[in-house]
Design a protein around this ligand. Structure first.
Ligand SMILES: [Zn+2]
Length: 535
C-alpha cells in the first residue's frame, strides 16, 4: 500500500507539503511556506518568535505536528507533550528526502525546519536560486533553506521564558542532491558559490560546514526528474516509482511560456510511465486563456517606446524570462535596464550554470541600482557585487539627471526611492505582475495608486478596482504571462498523462477537475488537510 498525506496546498495556492509512504520508506514532496495561513495570523510586525523555535509554527498550525521530522536545535523543553493529543500528531522517523519542485518559497520555504539529515532532491538551478535568495535575503529563522546556524539556548539563569534561542556562529549546509547534472561537472566557481557563506559580523567569507552537492541517484526510491516551464528557472516535476505504480507530481507548470517544450516533454514521458496517480496543481483553473511572454514583450515595447521620460517596470525579477523580456525592450528603446543588487546577484549566480544568461560586466544595457540612503551599511555579498561591477553601478542622481535613458526594475516595496529620484511628471509605471490576491495586497495597490498620483506618474497595466473586482484598463492588457497553465491546458496535461487517479493541489478550485474529468477514465480524488489517500 502507498499512502499520500497532504499537509498543505489544500484549497490554497502554495504551502504544498505532501508525505509519501511506501511500506516503511518515506519521502516528502515540497515543504512550502504556507502564505495564506501565515497571513491569517501574522503580518510584518507580528511574526512567529524566532526564540520560540518550533513552538509558534506548530501551535498556529503552520507546521504539521510530526515528531522526529524537525531540527532538534529548534526544540524547546517538553515541546512534543503538547501535541500528542493533536489529530495530526505522528512520530515520523527516517524520511529519505524531500523532492523540491522549484525555488518559490511557497514550495521550499519550510525546508528550513526539517532535520539536517533529510536531503533535498532538486535541479541544480533550483538549488542555486534558493542559495542566492538566502544569501541576499532577510535571514529570517524560518527561511534558512540551504544552510542554517544551529541555535543555542541562551536563557540567563532566573529567566522564566519557555526558551530563548540564539543563532550560533556555525553555518551548517543542508545536503542537496542534484537530479539534472553531475556535481563533478560543475565549474570550480559554481562549486565555490555553493559551499561558501557570508559571515556579516566579521565581514568574512568562508566555507560552510559543508555537505557537497550529491547526485539524486543516491536515493533508495527510483526517481525521475522532469524539467518543466514555470515563472522561475529550474522548475521540475517528479516521478516516484512505488509498489502501487508511478506517482507523478507536477509542481507548478505552464504550457504557454518560453520553455513550453519542457512541459510537453514531461507530459509525453510521464504518460509512458502509465502512472497510478498524478498530483497536479490548479492555480489558474478558472482561466480560459493565457498571455504569452512574446505578447508581454510586444505590449511592453509599445508602451515604453512612446515614453520620453523615466520608466519603472514592476515585475518579479526571479521570473528571469520577464527580466530578459524587459532587457530586450531596454536594448530596443536605447535605454539601460537598472536592476537591484539582489537581482544582479541572482543573475550572476544563474550564469554559473547557464552561460546564456547575460554577463552583467559585458552587457551595456544592464546597470545596478545602489540605494541612496541605506538603512544599514551594505552587506558583504552586496559590497562584493559593487566592487565586481563598479562600472555598472548607478545612483539616484545618475537616473534623475537622464530620466529618459533608463528602465528601473522596481516593485511597490522600492517606491521609497522616488523622493531621491524626483521622477518628472508623466513618467511611466509599467505593471507586469499579477492582480492582488488578498486584502493586504489590495491595500498595497491603493497605496501604489496614491504614490503614482502624488508624483504624477502614469500607470500602465496597473489594476484598478471596479466594483469588487481588480482589473487592468482595457487598452493596457497583456503585460503579464502567468507562471501557471490555464484550465484547458491543465486538462490537456491530465488527459495526455492519463493517470488512474488525479489529486489536485495548489488550487482554490480543486473541484474543477471533478467537473471536467467525469467519464474520462480518470478518478479524481480531492485531498483534505492532514488526511491520507491510499493508492
Ligand atoms: Zn511557483
Amino acid at each position: 500500500m502507498v499512502y499520500l498525506t497532504f499537509y498543505g496546498g489544500i484549497k490554497e495556492i502554495g504551502g504544498n507539503k505532501i508525505l509519501l509512504e511506501d511500506d516503511d520508506r518515506k519521502l516528502l514532496i515540497d515543504f512550502g511556506f504556507p502564505y495564506k495561513r501565515h497571513k491569517r495570523f501574522y503580518e510584518e510586525y507580528l511574526k512567529p518568535r524566532s526564540g520560540a523555535g518550533l513552538l509558534d509554527p506548530l501551535v498556529m498550525g503552520l507546521l504539521p505536528p510530526l515528531e522526529g521530522l524537525y531540527r532538534d536545535d529548534l526544540g524547546i523543553p517538553n515541546l512534543w507533550q503538547r501535541f500528542r493529543g493533536n489529530a495530526f500528531y505522528r512520530r515520523l522517523d527516517h524520511v529519505e528526502g524531500v523532492l523540491l519542485s522549484h525555488a518559490h518559497l511557497d514550495h521550499s520555504g519550510y525546508i528550513s525546519f526539517l532535520k539536517n539529515d533529510i536531503p533535498v532532491y532538486t535541479t541544480a538551478v533550483t538549488a542555486f536560486i534558493a542559495k542566492s535568495m538566502q544569501d541576499s535575503g532577510k535571514a529570517d529563522f524560518d527561511q534558512q533553506v540551504c544552510y542554517f546556524s544551529p541555535t543555542v539556548q541562551e536563557c540567563p539563569t532566573g529567566w522564566r521564558q519557555v526558551a530563548c534561542l540564539a543563532s550560533g556562529e556555525e553555518k551548517q549546509q543542508r545536503q542537496f542532491c542534484i537530479a539534472d547534472k553531475k556535481p563533478e561537472e560543475l565549474s570550480a566557481d559554481a562549486r565555490q558559490f555553493w559551499s561558501w557563506g557570508f559571515w556579516e559580523k566579521t565581514a568574512r567569507q568562508k566555507e560552510l560546514t559543508s555537505s557537497p552537492l550529491a547526485a539524486h541517484t543516491d536515493s533508495d526510491f527510483n526517481l525521475r526528474c522532469f524539467p518543466v516551464d514555470h515563472s522561475i528557472p529550474g522548475a521540475c516535476a517528479w516521478g516516484i516509482e512505488t509498489s502501487a505504480g508511478w506517482v507523478v507530481y507536477s509542481g507548478d507548470l505552464r504550457l504557454h511560456g518560453k520553455r513550453a517544450d519542457l512541459t510537453k516533454n514531461f507530459m509525453a514521458q510521464a504518460a509512458q510511465l502509465h502512472p497510478k496517480a498524478l498530483i497536479i496543481e490548479g492555480t489558474n483553473v478558472p482561466r480560459e486563456t493565457n498571455i504569452a511572454e512574446q505578447e508581454v514583450y510586444e505590449n511592453g515595447l509599445k508602451a515604453i517606446a512612446n515614453s520620453n521620460s523615466l520608466v519603472i517596470a514592476d515585475f518579479s525579477p526571479r521570473d528571469v524570462d520577464r527580466l530578459l523580456t524587459f532587457l530586450q525592450i531596454a536594448r530596443d528603446t536605447g535605454r539601460k535596464l537598472v536592476i537591484l543588487p539582489r537581482d544582479a546577484y541572482l543573475l550572476k549566480t544563474l550564469r554559473l550554470l547557464e552561460p546564456e544568461i547575460p554577463d552583467i560586466a559585458q552587457e551595456d544595457s544592464l546597470a545596478i541600482y545602489q540605494e541612496t540612503i541605506a538603512s544599514k551599511s551594505p552587506r558583504l555579498w552586496q559590497r562584493n557585487l559593487y566592487q565586481e561591477y563598479s562600472s555598472r553601478i548607478v545612483l539616484a542622481e545618475d537616473v534623475s539627471s537622464a530620466q529618459d535613458q533608463f528602465i528601473l526594475c522596481f516593485s511597490f516595496f522600492d517606491l521609497n526611492e522616488l523622493p531621491s529620484l524626483c521622477p518628472k511628471p508623466g513618467s511611466l509605471y509599467v505593471y507586469s505582475s499579477s492582480e492582488p490576491h488578498d486584502e493586504e495586497q489590495e491595500i498595497d495597490f491603493h497605496r501604489l495608486h496614491n504614490w503614482l498620483k502624488h508624483f504624477k506618474i502614469r500607470g500602465f497595466g496597473v489594476h484598478v478596482k471596479r466594483g469588487d473586482k481588480w482589473q487592468v484598463p482595457d487598452d493596457e492588457r497583456g503585460l503579464h504571462a502567468s507562471g501557471h497553465a490555464c484550465g484547458p491546458d491543465l486538462l490537456k496535461i491530465a488527459h495526455e498523462i492519463k493517470p488512474a487517479i488525479l489529486i489536485p493541489v495548489h488550487s482554490e478550485h480543486p473541484d474543477f477537475y471533478i467537473d471536467h474529468l467525469s467519464n474520462s477514465g480518470i478518478d479524481v480524488i480531492l485531498p483534505s488537510l492532514g488526511e491520507t489517500i491510499t493508492i
